[in-house]
Design a protein around this ligand. Structure first.
Ligand SMILES: N[C@@H](CCC(=O)N[C@@H](CS)C(=O)NCC(=O)O)C(=O)O
Length: 208
């Protein structure tokens, strides 16, 4: 299987999940900083994903799967013994999907594109930071009351996604000082061998 990714982008989430599950992935980097986006092997990425965004998982038979929350669940289900997602059809799985949807729609899509493109303007970015802080306060309360991971004792695909998205905070001036449980959580997740492995494979800086 091949993962189309951009370093440190939301595609880090399925990359972490694959590493946690022990699934070997071929990696193809996509330059999303230039338009049109091209792949590491020089192809037009629009032929892979007409929407132009990573992640895309290409199966060995050529089937393409898009949308991060779907990809991480697919990978987790290939290795149910990894415990990265509860069994499909259970309430626990629906609760995991509830978190994935929250991260996608309330966090990911507020950080990006709004905080990554100066052309949206200071006013839009102030609104986005305010909304993110509200949502992170909710996450903070959940982690402070439970943990050590989002759904409890086990690291799941939702943690891979939350870690990936909230780690952008330092690049786009989202202040985490009011969220000590969240900061401790990010440090905890960053120490996981599979997380370090995926980050290093993308050329990202890992904490000592
Ligand atoms: N709905 C998509 C969004 C993916 C997304 O926003 N990808 C960003 C990187 S985090 C991207 O590739 N942006 C480049 C672009 O849209 O041109 C998903 O959840 O997988």
């Amino acid at each position: 299987m091949k993962l189309y990714y951009a370093a440190g982008a939301c595609s880090l989430s399925p990359h972490i999940v694959a590493a946690e599950a022990g699934i070997a992935l071929q990696l193809e980097r996509v330059n999303i900083g230039r338009t049109p986006h091209t792949t590491g092997s020089g192809h037009d990425f629009a032929a892979v994903n007409p929407n132009g965004y990573v992640p895309v998982l290409e199966l060995d038979d050529g089937t393409l799967l898009t949308e991060g929350p779907a990809i991480v669940q697919f990978l987790a289900d290939l290795k149910p013994e990894s415990g990265l997602a509860p069994a499909a059809g259970t309430l626990s799985r629906a609760q995991l999907q509830s978190w994935l949807n929250f991260i996608a729609t309330e966090l990911h899509k507020t950080y990006s594109p709004w905080l990554f493109h100066a052309e949206y303007g200071a006013q839009a970015q102030t609104v986005a930071r305010g909304k993110i802080s509200e949502r992170l306060a909710y996450v903070e309360a959940k982690l402070a009351a439970g943990g050590p991971f989002l759904t409890g004792e086990r690291f799941t695909v939702a943690d891979a996604y939350l870690f990936t998205v909230v780690s952008w905070s330092k690049f786009v001036d989202v202040d985490l000082s009011a969220f000590p449980a969240l900061r401790a959580y990010l440090e905890r997740v960053a120490k996981r061998p599979a997380v370090r492995e995926a980050m290093m494979a993308e050329g990202l800086k890992v904490p000592a």
